[in-house]
Design a protein around this ligand. Structure first.
Ligand SMILES: NC(=O)c1ccc[n+]([C@@H]2O[C@H](COP(=O)([O-])OP(=O)(O)OC[C@H]3O[C@@H](n4cnc5c(N)ncnc54)[C@H](O)[C@@H]3O)[C@@H](O)[C@H]2O)c1
Length: 265
């Protein structure tokens, strides 16, 4: 495959994306690579991360590295950050994207195993990522942390207690990190992104609830969205490109809603 020409919005940026093999992670990786970033793509699905890195390297040779990574494990974070810093020659962007939906259930049937799993994958991951990446990000001069929360971190829905709580934790934790970095003059910004329903495998439980009928599930999910569609992965990826770039250099501690107007109502 011929090498492709690139934009320069992220030229020189060295970015680690967790959960990169999933729907949103893949789109972020492609859009960020197109804008000149070099990438550390991590996922518990190591084969998926490796496949994505190969796709990106076929477009922009040598710009992506893949790592197996369970974001709930501190020892994994230590190993992956060390390897990514060595391979990329530093780190200037961290995208905490890995996440799971958990069970759709009312509180009476909430299993504590599911609760703790959702908090571990969605919240512990963000804490561990910020903790272990911080010194490297601070050394980069201008750096950015982008935490993928959800519209479900700002507005609740019945049956989504574990997910709502986890994404709300990411929302406020992002502001704590933003303020700590600003106070210490680290040159690291931290913002959260809040997508509504976006077409990725994380919506599979909603499709199952509609008897496997994807169109019906999407139609139901679209009902509360003024722009009358669910999102595409690129709707989120372009926001991440902006927050990762120095174009957003005065934005920190902010939450960006990508919700087709849903929470404007
Ligand atoms: N798609 C949506 O509608 C939507 C809406 C709002 C927020 N989000 C958030 O966006 C992020 C990405 O979701 P997506 O839609 O791409 O989902 P997805 O299921 O397609 O991808 C999630 C990825 O995370 C990985 N992952 C799961 N557990 C992990 C672990 N312990 N360690 C490392 N990686 C792990 C999976 O292997 C997968 O590749 C999540 O944080 C999700 O909560 C998604």
């Amino acid at each position: 495959m011929t090498q492709q020409s690139r934009g320069a919005r992220l030229a020189g940026k060295k970015a680690l994306i967790t959960g990169a093999a999933g729907g949103l992670g893949r789109a972020m990786a492609h859009r960020m690579a197109e804008q000149g970033a070099t990438l550390a793509l991590t996922d518990i699905n190591e084969a998926g991360a490796a496949e994505l890195a190969a796709e990106i390297n076929a477009r922009f040779d040598g710009s992506a590295f893949a790592y197996g990574h369970d974001v709930t494990r501190e020892d994994d974070w230590q190993k992956v950050i060390a390897a990514a810093v060595a391979d990329l020659g530093g780190l200037s962007v961290l995208v905490n994207n890995a996440g799971i939906g958990g069970e759709l259930t009312f509180v009476e049937a909430q299993s504590m195993e599911d609760w703790h799993r959702v908090q571990a994958v969605n919240v512990d991951s963000v804490v561990l990522g910020c903790k272990h990446a911080m010194a490297h990000l601070a050394a980069a001069g201008e750096a950015s942390i982008v935490n993928i929360s959800s519209i479900a971190g700002l507005a609740a829905a019945p049956g989504m207690g574990a997910y709502n709580a986890s994404k709300a934790a990411v929302w406020l934790y992002t502001k704590t990190i933003a303020l700590e970095c600003a106070k210490a003059g680290k040159g690291v910004r931290c913002n959260s992104v809040h997508p509504v329903f976006i077409k990725t495998p994380i919506l599979d439980p909603f499709v199952a609830m509609a008897g496997g009928d994807e169109a019906k599930a999407h139609e139901r999910l679209t009902r509360g969205i003024p722009l009358k569609r669910i999102g595409e992965p690129d709707d989120v990826a372009w926001c991440v490109v902006y927050l990762a770039s120095d174009e957003s250099r005065f934005i920190t501690g902010a939450e960006i809603r990508i919700d087709g107007g849903m929470t404007a109502q």
